[in-house]
Design a protein around this ligand. Structure first.
Ligand code: XMP
Length: 179
């Protein structure tokens, strides 16, 4: 798996330090009371597991399964909600976690859905934000790292379902993407 990586963009140690800072900010920013965290599957799983263990507040956790890439390296332009149900969010303060902000469509669609369902407030956190013009402008409260507009894997992010368990964020060799 590691042989398929062209270069490491953000290593594990750097990610861990950044998560400490984001967790401290989350603790300061949210009002007292139980916070509802919504994790967007599957990409935000690793980010969420490492971030949430650093937040010493009462949390409830829900997951939402959404898809926009459908396995490749470009957004399909469509955001599909793959779950049958939707969490009960009325009146709740929510922290929404995603792996990466790219075109902005996913977070835009999910935030709209949460607002429609009566959430009291929605804060968003992403591990990565691509530096580019977005199709949907969406405000994000916590950004781990800003990166260039290139396809990355690892630390939860996949290519065709693989590489999510790499402990760092990296770029795949062209020969692997071309296969
Ligand atoms: P949008 O375009 O809706 O994208 O902001 C958000 C979702 O697209 C996926 N995505 C990526 N996945 N490497 C990945 O493995 C990438 O470089 C990448 N860029 C976008 C991801 O699922 C994210 O939640």
């Amino acid at each position: 798996m590691k042989d398929d990586i062209e270069r490491v963009l953000i290593d594990e140690e750097v990610i861990e330090k950044r998560l400490d800072a984001i967790a401290a900010k989350v603790e300061r920013d949210f009002p007292e009371g139980t916070l509802l965290v919504i994790i967007l599957l599957k990409g935000a799983l690793v980010f969420a597991a490492d971030l949430l263990r650093r937040v010493s507040r009462q949390l409830e956790i829900e997951c939402l399964n959404v898809a926009s890439y459908h396995g490749g390296t470009d957004s399909s332009g469509r955001v599909d909600f793959l779950d049958r149900g939707f969490p009960e969010v009325k009146g709740r303060h929510i922290l929404l976690l995603d792996d990466i902000l790219d075109t902005g469509r996913t977070l835009h669609a999910v935030k709209a859905r949460l607002a429609e369902a009566g959430a009291a407030a929605v804060h968003t956190a992403v591990l990565l934000a691509k530096d580019k013009i977005r199709d949907e402008e969406v405000s994000v409260d916590y950004v781990g790292f800003r990166i260039g507009d290139e396809f990355v894997v690892g630390y939860g992010l996949d290519y065709q379902g693989r590489y999510r368990n790499l402990p760092y964020v990296g770029v795949l060799k062209e020969s692997v993407v071309g296969k």
